[in-house]
Design a protein around this ligand. Structure first.
Ligand code: ZN
Length: 532
């Protein structure tokens, strides 16, 4: 039997995550994202490859969405409401609560401001969300008799989850985006030790190893402080959810400590509403935020105010969070046009910007002019600061997770081709695990596990009961610990009983398989023991 994986998006690129996995006849779609760098047909995955006759209900067993970022959920409404998929869709509670905000914000930017053709309406978003079944972490959900799924905490953004899927004896995990280190508002990814045939992991930072986070946070705060004390304006383009809250906690805290009076603004509507959701979803944040919650809610920002469009050209320094991230259009682009020509101002960009966005142009080389459309050219004299911390795991984190889970096969998605190739090589040479990096619309087939139920003879069982203790000193994640989070708690000396079950599997026609001791086999075959 085989596990067949068709990559419809995020194959050797970042954007429109969508992977179809066929396990023993069950077909699961992991993520249904859109590409933020395109406005033509390349924006959505090519769904016709799932079913040429567009009969998606028969073609798919379920859809699993890992988190609310548009490159993971952005095509879902189109797929259910326009393409007509009616089957089950699973995501965590926060993802179900926050995805509509992201989708509605995107719809507004595209239709109301850019005058693009409407791909889905507000009603479509509401209808789509009615079809979603929300799940809790570590809750095992039986999709049907043979298909089981379970969500694990992934860090990254609030509600993000890795998903474990089991069909018969075949088991796999699709990570979505994840972070192996905690940030200001979220904990680190956490998963059980599982016996996997396949691990599909993101690889955004396939070759980056990060040093201390605090140094990089200080660098960001210093850049912002320097700009506002020189009278400049700081533009922080972010998506409404996730990075905005993390940076806000950081800035609000710093403003208190340094007693700064320069205003911090959120661009209208959505983000304020998003902060309200974060306050409600406190149970999904980091331990530190949960611990201090009774005295202070970290999402009650003291120094943050609402921004009005009329304030764009107002004099004086300020810090502004504006959507969308990566300056892919909308309000952040509008503000950028006004502020970019002054060298007093500063634009901070996330560590990773998708190809095709203004953010990507700014971070690859230092352009002095940027064309946003044939009639508009922006003079870029402002300073550009690229955030060196990110909600994605670095390459060490990916390697740690692969080592910890030790799957039989690894597949990399959501990364850049050359970097993926070097990580693939490391996984193969250092861990001895076959690794694949398919491009979009490519299929990879790997063998899946199928266990045979066998009876065991009394002699065989008795023989296995002899203990065989070994004593092990351990200090790393490879040798001990049952979950990633427990690794600091495991004792240094561990006793292991490496008992060897040495027997022979006998499979006869029309009889149940049986494991016997080697001496029994001779009897069964009516043979005498002989030496050569
Ligand atoms: Zn993401």
């Amino acid at each position: 039997m085989a596990i067949e994986t068709l990559v419809l998006g995020a194959g050797q690129e970042v954007g429109k995550s969508c992977v179809i996995v066929n396990i023993n006849g069950k077909r699961i779609m992991f993520d249904c994202g859109m590409h933020m760098g395109y406005t033509d047909h390349r924006r959505f995955p090519d769904f016709s490859l799932i079913s040429p006759s567009a009969n998606f209900n028969d073609a798919l067993s379920c859809i699993i969405i890992t988190h609310f970022h548009l490159d993971h959920v952005g095509a879902l409404v189109y797929f259910t409401e326009v393409c007509g998929y009616r089957g089950p869709v699973y995501m965590t509670y926060p993802t179900k609560a926050l995805s509509p905000l992201m989708l509605e914000d995107y719809r507004k930017v595209m239709v109301d401001r850019r005058g693009e053709e409407e791909l889905f309406t507000s009603e479509h978003i509401a209808e789509c969300m009615k079809k979603v079944i929300a799940v809790d972490l570590k809750q095992t959900v039986q999709v049907d008799e043979d298909l089981q799924i379970r969500a694990y905490y992934a860090g990254h953004v609030i509600g993000a989850a890795m998903f474990y899927v089991k069909v018969g004896d075949a088991e796999m995990v699709y990570t979505g985006d994840y972070n192996m280190t905690p940030d200001r508002h979220l904990g680190a990814a956490q998963i059980d030790r599982l016996r996997l045939d396949l691990l599909i992991t993101e690889s955004t930072y396939a070759t980056t190893i990060r040093d201390s986070k605090y140094a990089r946070e200080r660098e960001f705060l210093k850049a912002v402080h320097k700009c506002v004390s020189g009278g400049g304006k700081v533009l922080i383009p972010t998506f409404a959810l996730g990075r905005a809250q993390e940076l806000c906690i950081l800035l609000d805290d710093y403003w208190e400590r340094m007693n700064l009076k320069v205003p911090i603004y959120f661009s209208a509507g959505l983000t304020i509403q998003a902060n309200m959701y974060y306050k409600m979803l406190i149970g999904w944040t980091s331990q530190k935020i949960k611990d201090t919650y009774s005295t202070h809610n970290a999402f009650d920002f003291k120094n943050v105010h609402k921004f009005d469009r009329s304030m764009i050209d107002a004099p004086g320094p300020c810090v502004l969070f504006a959507t969308p991230g990566m300056i892919s259009g909308g309000f952040s682009l509008e503000v950028f046009k006004h502020w970019a020509p002054s060298e007093n101002n500063l634009v901070t960009l996330p560590g990773y910007c998708v190809a095709g966005t203004v953010g990507h142009k700014l971070t690859s080389g230092k352009p002095t002019k940027i064309d946003t459309d044939p009639d508009t050219q922006i003079d870029v004299r402002c300073q550009i600061h690229q955030l060196a911390f990110s909600p994605h795991t670095d390459s060490k984190g990916i390697m740690d997770l692969v080592k910890f889970l030790s799957p039989k096969h690894v597949m990399l998605v959501h990364g850049e081709k050359p970097k993926m190739a070097s990580l693939k090589e490391r996984i193969h040479s250092e861990l001895g695990i076959p690794c694949y990096t398919p491009a979009n619309n490519e299929t990879v087939s790997i063998p899946s596990t199928h266990y045979v139920n066998a009876e065991a003879s009394d002699t065989f069982i008795r023989n296995c009961l002899n203990p065989n203790f070994t004593f092990k000193k351990c200090n790393s994640v490879e040798t001990c610990g049952s979950t990633l989070i427990d690794r600091n708690l495991t004792p240094e000396l561990q006793v292991e009983d490496e008992r060897v079950a040495d027997g022979i599997l006998v499979m006869e026609n029309n009889k149940k398989a049986k494991v016997v001791h080697r001496d029994e086999l001779l009897l069964m075959l009516d043979e005498k023991k002989h030496e050569v």
